[in-house]
Design a protein around this ligand. Structure first.
Ligand SMILES: NC(=O)c1ccc[n+]([C@@H]2O[C@H](COP(=O)([O-])OP(=O)(O)OC[C@H]3O[C@@H](n4cnc5c(N)ncnc54)[C@H](OP(=O)(O)O)[C@@H]3O)[C@@H](O)[C@H]2O)c1
Length: 313
């Protein structure tokens, strides 16, 4: 299979990227550098991870040319709105130390502001500051509204996806409309560490054992002499999904890249698809997740801190 996916506008995006949520400061810069030196050429960050500067540092340290790397970041929810999104993208560029970005996503739909946010991203896309634009955690109705309001359909939808959760309705829509679906938490491993956290409604999150520990995956891994993580990541890309696994461990970072030298049989793919009947969500749901905007935070006396460039975080 191809190693990159051509987005609707012809821009090529690697199927596999390096996720950076929870990586901060020096550790983040070190792991990004390590990933780039070990075969990755795409990095996934977001304003809310508070690591854009460290990602930029890791990229520079790797010595790779800017055009060899595909960099994705995301508008922080509080910056939704037309002017605040223009401001947010400017802030990302400064922190990353870049003049353009390969892909900019709206992190979550929320309820009211994603259309002006999308209009701002489309403007920056048309001006050439962003090579591609997309969304994350969006349902078909959100993408449909974006396309109707601007004539530009998102090129990517980054969503929670792993062998315990495929959001079929979103995937079908992506296939019909040539939107590239990219899996976040592709290994669902973060579900284990989330057992003590609560949802935005204050409900306890369910402890979810990673599908890497599922006997079906372990058996397939033994057949191929690969690790469970590699089997799951291969399943993603063989389905035509992108994936952005995160690791803070050099061995696992390298391991997660080792998925292009084998393929899964049809019956193995089907066995993993069968696991998706569980439909276990480990993160939030784009239909219900809500947040406060910058001016609402300020009004409530919760003015955010600023970065060293003077931009709100
Ligand atoms: N758009 C969104 O709303 C959204 C939401 C969540 C995440 N994301 C993106 O998606 C990326 C990945 O999601 P995620 O970090 O939640 O989950 P993930 O990549 O599925 O899992 C990460 C966890 O798995 C462990 N791990 C990684 N490779 C492994 C392997 N081969 N074997 C065993 N364990 C392994 C890591 O631990 P170690 O670090 O110890 O290796 C880490 O705890 C994020 O970093 C972020 O870039 C986006």
């Amino acid at each position: 299979m191809e190693y990159k996916r051509k987005l609707r506008n012809g821009v090529e995006m690697p199927y596999l990227g390096f996720g950076t949520w929870k990586l901060k400061d020096d550790q983040c810069a070190d792991m990004v550098q390590y990933a780039l030196e070990n075969g990755y050429d795409a990095i996934d960050t977001a304003q809310v991870y508070l690591n854009e500067e460290a990602v930029g540092e890791g990229i520079r340290r790797s010595g790779k040319k800017r055009e060899e790397i595909f960099v994705t970041t995301k508008v922080r929810n509080r910056f939704q709105g037309y002017d605040s999104t223009l401001y947010a993208v400017e802030a990302s560029l400064k922190r990353l130390g870049m003049e353009y970005l390969d892909l900019y996503l709206i992190h979550w739909p929320g309820e009211k502001m994603y259309i002006p946010t999308w209009k701002a991203l489309v403007r920056l896309y048309e001006e050439g500051v962003l090579r591609a634009v997309g969304v994350s955690n969006f349902y078909p109705e959100h993408m449909e509204a974006c396309a109707q309001e601007t004539g530009v359909m998102p090129m990517v939808d980054q969503i929670e996806m792993h062998p315990y959760l495929v959001q079929y309705e979103i995937i079908d829509y992506c296939r019909e409309h040539n939107v590239f679906p990219v899996a976040w938490s592709p290994l669902a491993a973060a579900g284990e560490s989330r057992k003590d956290s609560k949802t935005e409604k204050g409900e306890e999150r369910m402890k979810v054992e990673s599908p890497m520990k599922d006997p079906v995956i372990i058996k397939i891994a033994e057949n191929h002499q690969k690790t469970p993580g590699q089997i799951i990541l291969r399943w993603h890309i063989q389905n035509g999904f992108g994936a952005v696994p995160k690791s803070s461990n050099p061995g696992r970072i390298k391991e997660n890249k080792g998925i292009f030298d084998f393929s899964l049989e049809e019956n193995e793919m089907n066995q993993i698809w069968n696991m998706t009947k569980k439909q276990i969500r480990i993160g939030d749901d784009g239909k219900t997740y809500r947040f406060l905007l910058l001016e609402e935070l300020i009004r409530e006396g919760k003015e955010p801190k600023k970065d060293r460039f003077g931009n709100y975080l």
